[in-house]
Ligand binder design. Structure first.
Ligand code: AMP
Length: 221
């Protein structure tokens, strides 16, 4: 696939499976927008917008935000990002109703999905990835206390800023997010399998290996 071609890609996988990291790399390589519903919701919550106020309690407890709110958010983002050029969706769809709504949205724009990629990995690794995740509140650098710890506990190596943990990365909420994921995602995976666009990737590898596997699938399109 040429770099300028229209790539409309969905990344599926448990929270912590590395969708955000992969989306970031894909965005740079293929020059298409990364639409992360989780990031958009966290931004709305931190800015205290009407959407943020409605979504806050769901995000904090790891429950799904109501479909109507999410679908409007994705619609707005696609329009703003000129969806026709392509996109990487990360964290959406999370259930069958969202997958069906997405198809309707795309049909109206005369578009089709290119690929749905499911990143699968061992849940023990995943729990450590999430509960160990820390971000520098000053420069945004990412760490993990198990796999990539800072030299000094809770302090950024780059700028000495204080490291913080996402509120929903605590053990209790992480377990709930995993439970919520599995109870909603199976029909979505079946749906894309039936459409013939689903590919499964081994997410237990390091990020560059996962990226190489995804790129290979894209190049074959
Ligand atoms: P994420 O960063 O993708 O793990 O999302 C963080 C939280 O945002 C989730 O636990 C949900 O509360 C909410 N969220 C993100 N995407 C969706 C979605 N497609 N549908 C419903 N809720 C979502």
């Amino acid at each position: 696939m040429k770099q300028e071609a229209n790539l409309r890609l969905i990344l599926l996988g448990l929270p912590g499976s590395g969708k955000g990291t992969q989306a970031d790399s894909l965005k740079k390589k293929y020059n298409i927008p990364h639409i992360s519903t989780g990031n958009l919701l966290r931004e709305a919550i931190s800015k205290n917008t009407p959407l943020g106020k409605q979504a806050e309690s769901y995000v904090q407890s790891g429950e799904l935000v109501p479909d109507s709110l999410i679908i409007n958010l994705v619609k707005e983002e696609m329009t703003r990002n000129h969806g026709a050029r392509g996109f990487i969706l990360d964290g959406f769809p999370r259930n069958l109703a969202q997958a069906e709504k997405l198809d309707i949205m795309l049909k109206e724009l005369n578009l089709e999905l290119s690929l749905a990629i499911e990143i699968k990995l061992n849940e023990e690794i995943l729990i450590k990835r999430l509960t160990g995740r820390r971000t520098c509140s000053k420069c945004g650098a990412l760490y993990n206390i198990y796999f990539n710890p800072p030299q000094v506990s809770d302090i950024c190596d780059v700028c000495q800023g204080k490291l913080s943990r996402r509120e929903d990365d605590n053990v209790q909420v992480v377990n709930n997010r995993i439970k919520v994921y599995w109870s909603n995602i199976s029909p979505v995976i079946d749906y894309y399998q039936k459409n013939g666009i689903l590919h499964i990737i081994d997410g237990n590898q390091e990020a560059p290996g996962v990226f190489a596997d995804i790129s290979q699938i894209i190049e074959r399109l």
